[in-house]
Every structure is written in C-alpha cells, then in structure tokens.
Ligand binder design. Structure first.
Ligand SMILES: *[C@@H]1O[C@H](CO)[C@@H](O)[C@H](O)[C@H]1NC(C)=O
Ligand SMILES: *[C@@H]1O[C@H](CO)[C@@H](O)[C@H](O)[C@H]1NC(C)=O
Ligand SMILES: *[C@@H]1O[C@H](CO)[C@@H](O)[C@H](O)[C@H]1NC(C)=O
Ligand SMILES: *[C@@H]1O[C@H](CO)[C@@H](O)[C@H](O)[C@H]1NC(C)=O
Ligand SMILES: *[C@@H]1O[C@H](CO)[C@@H](O)[C@H](O)[C@H]1NC(C)=O
Ligand SMILES: *[C@@H]1O[C@H](CO)[C@@H](O)[C@H](O)[C@H]1NC(C)=O
Ligand SMILES: *[C@@H]1O[C@H](CO)[C@@H](O)[C@H](O)[C@H]1NC(C)=O
Ligand SMILES: *[C@@H]1O[C@H](CO)[C@@H](O)[C@H](O)[C@H]1NC(C)=O
Ligand SMILES: *[C@@H]1O[C@H](CO)[C@@H](O)[C@H](O)[C@H]1NC(C)=O
Ligand SMILES: *[C@@H]1O[C@H](CO)[C@@H](O)[C@H](O)[C@H]1NC(C)=O
Length: 654
C-alpha cells in the first residue's frame, strides 16, 4: 500500500478487513422490490431513458408529441437504472399496466418487457425490431436480451397476427407466441404479470388471470450475463402508436452490487481517511527521528489524496531526483504555467515527471485535482498516472512516458516549409484515429465512469501520443468530478480553460458543463483538420472564435475542403473529412443545447450514425440560451433519420 511508511499501517489493515466484511454483508442482502403506482417527473432519475420520457403519469417508451411525422420510425428504452444480479435459481415477479393507443389504423409496432445485459438502445431498432434488437444483433448471442413482446402489427410472415404476446430470446422471432382476444392497441389499460420461478417464465394478461398465456421453461442465465437491467422497449414504424407504461411493480432479484464500487467507494475511503488521520497524528509525534519533511509541508494535501479511493503510488523525492538526474535541464521535456516536465527512468521504465512551481496555492489545487481524478480513471485513451510525491514543498506527478509528444507539436511542426522537404508527420488516417481516441476518452469521462468528470481544458497540447500514435488525454489539473447526487450534477462553477477553446456561454455564466467540454472538442477537431490555431490574437469580441467562423464561412460558400491542412496534399478520405468538419461545427454550435453529446459524437465518428446537417449560416449566439422544448441533459441519445440529427430528448426538460 502507498502508506507503508506510516507506523499506523495495522490500522489500515484493520480498516480494509472491516470494509471487506461490510461488502460481504451487502452481497448477502436479500432481494429488491419497487412499486411505481404512477410515474412522476421526480422518478426520472431512477431510470435510464433512451428516447423515452415520463409525462402524464406514465413512461412514454416512444415519444408522445403532437407532430405526428415525428412519431414514425422511433424506438426507445426505459430501464431501471440499477442493475440486478441474475443467479441460477433467480425468481422474480413483475406486474405492469400498459396503455398502447394507435394513431393509425392499425397501430404499430409494439412494446416489450425486457431483461438485458446492455444498457444501450440498439441503433436502428425502430419498426419491426421493437427496440429489442437490430439487423446486426438479431439472432446473435451478443444481443443479450430476453423479451416478452406485445406486438401490435404483423410485420413479417412469422408474426402470428397484429395482436399477440411472444417470448423472444436474442431475436425478433419469438420462440413461442399467442394471440389475444383483448385488443392491445386501443388506448385501454392492460394489466400484465410476468413471473419467473423454478426456471419457468410465465406471462399473464388480465383477460385470464389464472392461466398464463405463455408458460415456457427457459434458463435465463444461458442467455444473459450476471449483471442485468430490467425495463421496457418499444418502437413505431410507418404505423404509429403511443406506447406507455402506467405503473410498474417489481419484486425479486438482488441488486447487483459492484464489489469494489458502491460500498467500497463509501466505506473504504472514509475508513482509510480515519486511519490515515490516526497514522498521521502518530507519525507527527514520532517524526523527529525521521527529519525528512520540513515544517511547511501541508498534511492536508496528503489527507486529500490518501482519502480518495485508489490513490496511485507514492514516490519518495529521492527516487525522483535520481530518476531525473536531479531535474537536470537536459532531461526537460516541456514547460507550462504549472511548472516543468522532465523525462526520467524509474524502476527501469521511462516516465515523465511533472514538477509544479513551488508553493503556489493554485499549483497545490491542480495537483490534488489531478491525483484524485485521474488516479481513479482507467481508459486506454487517458494518460496513466504512475504516482505522486509531496515532500519538502515539492509537488511532483509521475506519468508513463509518451514518446510521440503532444498533438500540437505534430500538427504545427514545420508548418512554414513545403511538403517536399518535410514529409508530414501525421497523415489523415492517423489524425482520424487520434480524433476517435479523444472522443472515446471524453465519452468515458462524461458517461462511462462512476462519477461524471469534466476535463475543462481540452486542447491539442493536452493530447499526448503513445508509441503507436494513440491519443491519450492528459493534464487533469483543471478537471472536476461531478457527483451524481449533486443538484447541479452536470456543471461546476469555476471559469477555467484556454482561450479559443471556451464556449461562448462560459463568458456569461462562468460554468463548466459537459457542453463546454464538447465545444472545446469541436475546436480541437477543426484544429486537427485545418492545422490552424483557434482564437484570434486581437480579441475584440469574446464570442467570436476565428477558427469556427472561418470554417463556417467556407461551409456557407460550399468550399469546405479548402480548409483542410495543405500539407495533406489532398491525400485524405473526403467523406471522413466532411463528416469530422460537420461534427466539429455541430459541437461548436453557439447554443449549448444544440450540441451533440460525446456519446453521439463518438457514434458519428465510428460511422454508426450519419453526421449532423449544419445550417449554412452560423446561428447567432443568444444569451440566455434557450433549450429546445425537448432538452434534457440526461437523455443524450440522438437518433438520426435521413441524415438529420434530431435530439430525441423530447418534452422532459427540467
Ligand atoms: C416517485 O416520485 C414521487 C415524488 O417524488 C415519490 O413520492 C415516490 O415515492 C416515487 N416512487 C418511487 C417508487 O420511488
Ligand atoms: C403497489 O402500489 C399499489 C398502489 O399504491 C397497491 O395497490 C399495490 O398493492 C402495491 N403493490 C405491492 C406489491 O405493494
Ligand atoms: C420509416 O423507415 C422506412 C425504412 O426503414 C422508410 O421506408 C420510411 O419512409 C420511414 N417512414 C417515415 C415516416 O419516415
Ligand atoms: C449454476 O449452474 C451452473 C450450471 O448449471 C452450475 O455449474 C453452478 O454450480 C450453479 N451455481 C449455483 C450457485 O448453484
Ligand atoms: C439460490 O441458491 C442459493 C445457493 O444454492 C441459496 O443460498 C439461495 O437461497 C437460493 N435462492 C433462492 C431465491 O432460491
Ligand atoms: C385505432 O384502431 C381502431 C381499430 O382497432 C380504429 O377504429 C381507429 O380508427 C384507429 N385510430 C386511429 C387514430 O387511426
Ligand atoms: C432474425 O433472426 C432470426 C433468427 O433468430 C431469423 O430467423 C430471422 O430471419 C431474422 N429476421 C430478420 C428480419 O433478419
Ligand atoms: C387466434 O388465432 C386463431 C387462428 O388465427 C383463431 O382461430 C383464434 O380464434 C384466435 N384466438 C384469439 C383469442 O383471438
Ligand atoms: C391511454 O392513453 C390514451 C392516450 O394517451 C388516453 O387517451 C387514455 O385515457 C389512456 N387510458 C387510460 C385508461 O388512462
Ligand atoms: C383462461 O384460460 C383457460 C385455459 O386456456 C380457459 O380454459 C379459460 O376459459 C380462460 N378463461 C377466460 C376467462 O378466458
């Protein structure tokens, strides 16, 4: 452990034992149940909603809006946010009330109760797919889904009729199906009960409460992983209907406790914090004979770091001095506002050591932010923090060494010279893969880790390149963790960042949000494609970001390809370049609510969804920005139909 040098380590061991015991106790806890007799806006945070909303006391699993053309070809999912643990002998019982009301004659397409290993809505799962699978996952084990479908349209020959219940396993074709005498899609409440016990799945529909319509032996654990989500999916096609769930009772499965997550996050850090406090007190009494640490060292720093879970390794100053030849200027790799970075060799590995300027309060804050945020994060597109050191007022961070330096160095190298004498360092393929890597890292920070992390300083000089030119996002000095139970859980109120990368609204509300990170990402994309620096030297107007305006002006004149870095010599995939530029402009939309989420941006880059359509004239910046009626920060899924990006977070603004 990192605090091996404290005499109080036995207290730490004790604490860990206690924490282990607590985790075990939770693991053995009994089953879980909930009962929503109606759905309220306030219940929204209990669900992961994809293209679905809580309005009018119900979950609308596909949108319920007045514009009818908008209701066609939609799919949605509403899952209970907490995962469940599926065991061999699992049993559960769930009762829900559906109200499906047709808007065409007949309506379409249907709704399903689902158990699934995936929290995502499969793209293009509208129409016949009922939000259950899509063309790619249909019939494959990777779909990881068992569904009870309430199908209101006969969409392919195997469908019995336009009013049946079926049991589907990883496929849209049912392993068994039954037609009903009561009509499902006429806007009436239909009570359904799904029961799983003794390895048999039974479905009861209110018309016959004593005899199940479906009773099928099935071993759920053959098709589903141990960690599953339960909820509903639905779709519309050319025929449309409103698919709502008016109440939902669920009883039986165990909540899936991520062993190292929920409880460890709470207990271990607090117990460790206590032990470290004790250890520190003890150590302060006995440190005369150590004599290594000077009086001005601030135990707060150590407490804050050690108090954070999974703190990275602590190094001694002596080790780092030896590794860098006592911070010899020959080993200096770079310099920034924070201090200097040196190359070193530690435990036979090359490392980069960041040495903060002495005694600045800001430096200390950045240092703590960096250790406690990236210390907890693990992703292939993030720079790894190997350890830290705080001794004799020296603040030092140790990273793995990135042989290919930072992205700006490559993009702006040899810019003035002709391509003949200087072969380009970064061809289009590498640039595209770097962009994708950055998008993956940001999607992970925003949507993929325990707490949402805002980076707040996305720029080319903070993107490092490893030996294979993979992008690694670094410099978390300004990063902030946003805890989901905070009221303002997607923003933090400190203006920070680098000029040229800052979204127009940040000058008004001084807030960092996921949208301001997305804006900076958009600027970065433009920089990588155009090899031009963002921002103007003469800053008359903060809202104008020269690179964004410049590219938008080319777009207006339909001369988009003229902005591309001339050193590429026309050697690039035009479709990809256009896609990246359109995405970049969408990310730099003056209205933060119109920007795509990082999840959507990533999907555009991987070709899963089409790039957004961008108006020829840059929309004017207005403050305060108004959210489209549809905006909801939690529902960041966007669907793309006919090349047009539509935010699907309808009617659920907060
Ligand atoms: C749904 O939200 C309402 C209002 O906050 C609350 O009273 C109710 O208990 C919630 N329902 C469930 C099942 O949590
Ligand atoms: C769920 O709530 C409804 C309405 O409050 C009630 O009638 C029903 O009995 C409850 N179910 C359970 C299992 O508690
Ligand atoms: C729905 O999608 C199908 C193809 O999947 C398309 O033919 C049809 O025109 C779409 N309908 C609407 C109303 O967009
Ligand atoms: C679960 O089932 C598998 C195979 O059917 C079996 O190997 C395993 O021992 C069972 N586990 C428990 C806890 O019953
Ligand atoms: C499932 O099996 C385990 C081990 O055999 C047992 O401890 C547990 O009580 C069983 N659970 C149910 C719901 O039957
Ligand atoms: C809904 O379906 C019924 C027949 O089941 C039909 O009479 C009615 O016109 C349909 N509603 C709409 C809006 O098309
Ligand atoms: C979906 O998968 C099933 C196999 O599970 C296959 O029989 C069926 O043809 C597929 N449907 C479509 C539309 O591809
Ligand atoms: C189900 O379909 C069969 C054959 O089409 C029909 O004979 C039967 O009456 C239907 N049953 C119900 C309950 O609609
Ligand atoms: C079912 O939904 C329709 C359309 O939203 C609504 O008109 C109807 O009143 C609902 N039925 C019940 C029983 O609430
Ligand atoms: C319920 O289902 C059973 C078996 O299919 C049938 O005998 C009985 O008549 C049904 N009851 C009603 C009310 O439909």
């Amino acid at each position: 452990m990192a605090f091996y040098h404290f005499p109080g380590s036995s207290a730490v061991v004790g604490a860990l034992l206690l924490a282990t015991f607590l985790v075990g106790a939770v693991d053995r806890a009994g089953c879980f149940s909930f009962n929503y007799s109606t759905f309220e806006k306030a219940n929204e945070s209990d669900f992961t909603l994809y293209n679905s909303y809580i309005i009018l006391g119900a979950i609308q699993v596909t949108p319920d809006v007045t514009k009818e053309d908008y209701l066609a070809n939609q799919s949605g999912r509403a899952l209970f946010k907490r995962p469940f643990r599926l065991r061999n002998n699992t049993s559960f019982s769930s009762t829900f009330v559906l109200n499906i009301s047709n808007k065409t004659n007949p309506g379409g397409e249907g709704l399903a109760f689902i158990l699934t290993g995936s929290t995502d809505l499969p793209p293009s799962s509208h129409g016949q797919w009922l939000g259950i699978v899509n063309q790619a996952t249909n019939g494959t084990a990777k779909a990881q889904i068992v569904a009870v479908e309430f199908d209101t349209r006969k969409s392919y020959p195997e469908d019995l009729d336009d009013n049946h219940v079926g049991l589907n396993v990883n496929s849209i074709n049912s392993i068994t199906q039954k037609n009903l005498s009561l009509k499902l899609s006429i806007g009436k409440d239909v009570t359904v009960k799904v029961e799983y016990d003794g390895g048999v799945l039974k479905v009861f529909v209110e018309e016959n409460a004593s005899t199940p319509v479906i009773s099928e032996p099935i071993d759920l654990s053959t098709y589903l992983p141990e960690k599953i989500y339960v909820g509903f999916s639905a779709s519309t096609g050319n025929e449309i209907e409103l698919n709502c769930v008016r109440s939902w009772e669920f009883d039986g499965l165990d909540i899936y406790e991520e062993k190292s997550l929920v409880w460890v996050w709470i207990t271990v850090p607090s117990v460790v914090f206590l032990s470290v406090t004790i250890a520190l007190l003890y150590w302060r009494c006995t440190r005369e004979d150590e004599g290594r640490v000077e009086d001005d060292d601030d135990p707060e720093v150590e407490l804050q770091i050690q108090g954070s879970s999974m703190a990275p390794k602590r190094f001694r100053l002596k080790e780092l001095q030896a590794a860098t030849a006592n911070f010899n200027s020959k080993n200096q790799l770079g310099e920034g506002g924070f201090g200097k970075v040196y190359k070193g060799v530690l435990e036979k590995k090359e490392v980069a050591v960041k040495r903060f300027s002495r005694n600045s309060h800001q430096g200390k804050q950045d240092f703590i932010a960096e250790v406690t945020t990236i210390g907890n994060l693990h992703h292939k597109n993030l720079v790894k923090l190997a350890g830290w050191c705080y001794e004799r007022s020296e603040l030092l961070l140790v990273y793995e060494f990135m042989p290919n330096k930072s992205l700006d160095k490559l993009i702006f190298s040899n810019q003035k010279q002709s391509t003949e004498t200087n072969p380009i360092a970064l061809d289009w393929e590498k640039r595209h893969s770097i962009i994708r890597g950055v998008a993956q890292a940001l999607d992970y920070l925003h949507n993929g880790c325990q707490d949402r992390v805002l980076h707040r300083d996305i720029k080319t000089s903070n993107i490092m390149l490893d030996s294979e030119f993979n992008a690694r996002l670094g410099d978390f000095g300004l990063a902030r963790t946003i805890h989901p139970n905070d009221q303002t859980h997607h923003s933090t109120q400190v203006l920070a960042g680098t000029h040229g990368y800052m979204a127009p609204e940040s000058f008004h509300n001084s807030r960092a949000t996921v949208e301001t990170d997305v804006y900076a990402f958009g600027v970065l994309l433009l920089e990588v494609v155009c090899a031009r620096k963002p921002g103007t030297q003469s800053m008359e107007n903060d809202y104008n970001n020269s690179i964004v305006d410049w590219v938008w002006a080319h777009h207006r004149r339909d001369r988009l390809f003229e902005v591309v870095d001339f050193r590429l010599n026309g050697d690039f995939n035009r479709e990809q370049v256009e896609c990246v530029l359109m995405l970049a402009l969408a990310c730099c939309h003056p209205n933060p609510y119109e920007r795509p989420s990082m999840r959507t941006a990533l999907r555009v880059l991987t070709g899963e969804v089409d790039p957004p359509l961008i108006p020829f004239d840059k929309p004017v910046f207005m403050w305060p920005a108004t959210a489209p009626p549809s905006f909801n920060e939690d529902l960041e899924y966007c669907s793309v139909s006919g090349g047009q990006m539509t935010p699907l977070s309808e009617l659920s603004g907060r």
